[in-house]
Design a protein around this ligand. Structure first.
Ligand code: GN1
Ligand code: MG
Length: 358
């Protein structure tokens, strides 16, 4: 066992003797470990939060505690239907060690996570889960810290983009003329959508902001959705973003970083299944404007992801972990293929939403 990690884990108010600490999953931003303990004590999740991505980890942990406590008061099984934050022994919600920030929560047993949706039933359950997550937080009324500035705010993303084009830190701008045109040709459309959020036509709520399938926990015995995990980006935003970001992952027939673009399309079957789950929870409380723009949100978030991946590539691949040089450009291309597939099928996506919403 890694002694440093053991020492860090022991700073938290966990029960039981630690038997092992092993890496878990393949997070692209944080490092995640499962801490196994002896006897009846629960196991735990230990995370090193990426401090470059999250400049205010204390503020982030305050958000996570407030939101999970709110959910716990409302659900039947508070130990399974949301995360349980374990504070450090000094009372803080994190432990700082050599400039790194760590946090711990309880490992929820008998659960499954997935990297892709291989059945409409799974997509339906995922939609139900995020719909329920938003519904549980619809009366949450404390202010939340903005843990990442302008996270899904395309006006801010375009400011970063313009700056990136100007500074061109890796000298890659001239070889990316095609990709830059993908972005510029959609600038006005995306800004027009965002103007509706800015003028209040589309309302804001407490949202998850990172709803890809691997951030959802499913109950193993029943196959039903259990809860949303990875609450790092819980903030105020339009609830459409949670829908769109989920479609970006559940309905992609390929991988987010597929090198074979033929694999990548948006599946209308998965789109429908996710929308059915989501709307079964949210339809009653959604405004007409939200319903009208729901299908577009998939295009919006997928475009934003193309933009973010491309900017990171221009910046020398610093934000997401990579498995090889140019990984983030491969991701850019694969997400762009998905974006085009959505754009081609937009009329059908809208028709499906209309049909389900009645
Ligand atoms: C990151 O943290 P993780 O792996 O769930 C990113 C998302 C991206 C996603 C792409 C805080 O999600 O916004 O959509 O990668 N999270 C952050 O895979 O930037
Ligand atoms: Mg994350």
């Amino acid at each position: 066992m890694d002694n440093k990690l053991l020492n860090i884990a022991q700073q938290f108010a966990i029960e039981g003797d630690i038997l092992s600490i092993e890496p878990l999953g393949e997070g692209f931003i944080n490092d995640t470990y499962v801490v196994k303990t002896a006897g009846d004590a629960p196991d735990y999740i230990l995370q090193r939060k990426n401090h470059n991505v999250f400049p205010d980890v204390p503020g982030m942990m305050d958000n996570i505690l407030a939101v999970t406590e709110h959910i716990k008061r409302k659900v039947a099984d508070p130990m399974r239907e949301t995360l349980t934050v374990i504070p450090a022994r000094d009372g803080k919600l994190y432990h700082e060690c050599e400039g790194n920030f760590f946090s711990v929560c309880i490992f929820i047993p008998d659960t499954a996570t997935y990297d892709r949706a291989d059945s409409p039933e799974l997509a339906y359950q995922g939609g139900l889960g995020i719909g329920r997550f938003q519904a549980l937080l619809s009366d949450f009324d404390k202010p939340l810290n903005e843990t990442i500035k302008g996270f899904h705010n395309i006006r801010w993303r375009f400011e970063q983009w313009d700056e990136m084009l100007k500074t061109d830190p890796m000298g890659r701008v001239k070889e990316l003329a095609t990709e830059i045109e993908w972005i510029e040709s959609r600038r006005e459309q995306m800004m027009n959508f965002w103007a509706l959020v800015e003028d209040g036509t589309i309302p804001t709520h407490v949202t998850h902001n990172d709803t890809k399938i691997s951030n959802i926990l499913f109950d193993k015995p029943t196959g039903k959705v259990l809860c949303a995990i990875d609450l790092d980006t819980v903030m105020s935003s339009t609830s459409l973003n949670d829908f769109g970001d989920a479609i970006r992952s559940y309905a992609n027939t390929g991988a987010e970083d597929d090198q074979n673009l033929d694999n990548v399309e948006m599946s209308l079957e998965m789109f429908r299944a996710y929308a059915e789950g989501y709307l079964s929870e949210q339809r009653a409380t959604m405004s007409e404007s939200e319903l009208e723009w729901l299908a577009f949100s998939a295009i919006y978030i997928t475009f934003e992801q193309v933009l973010r991946f491309l900017m990171d590539y221009m910046d020398g691949e610093k934000y997401w972990k990579t498995a090889y040089t140019g990984h983030t450009l491969v991701r850019t291309h694969a997400q762009y293929k998905l974006l085009q597939s959505m754009e081609r099928q937009y009329a059908q996506m809208q028709a499906i939403i209309k049909e389900i919403a009645g």
